[in-house]
Design a protein. Sequence first.
Length: 202
Amino acid sequence: MKKLIFSFLLCPFLLFSQEQQNTEDIVKDEKYNKGFFNLTKVSYTKVTSLEQELSGPGIGSGTVDLETDGTNAFALQTINGYFLNPYLSLGLGISLEGFISPTINTFPVFADVRVYFVDDYSSPFVFGNYGALMRLGEEFKRGNMFAVGAGYKFTVGKERRTALVTDISYSGRKMSMTDDSLKDSDNVLTTGGISIGIGVVF
């Protein structure tokens, strides 16, 4: 697991180094919308809903709405993907994610789909993520995640050699606090919130 995390996090820096060394020979599309790419970003999530589903013999089942004041999350995310064409990309991503109040650390592994509206240096886009939550501690046993959102890709500098993205999304996490699956667990925590992010495309 540690090797996997290290490899994904190191990938953007290796790609950047390779591009710098081969600047004169690169045929990479300068609009950052062809071939392989890496997107590395940081994000902040304000949790707006936090629910705990409990069930058991003699108590039935029910959902408790938990307080969300002070509940937020910070994440470092990297996605390796490929542009099928200038308007559509598919990728695989991982993230290091930490929630505050309650304290929960997660390691999402997810599929990434992005649709761009313009074949140009700058373009609005929409995206979707779906995947599993891996554990970094003992706060939960298993879970899944999703995110849907929109953003804007643009290049900066006179030579347009740096591409950035900003985005806003709605994201959710569902975690079993027991060894049972999400379907069978008698203690499930569900979060939802608004996320904002900024990243660099390599």
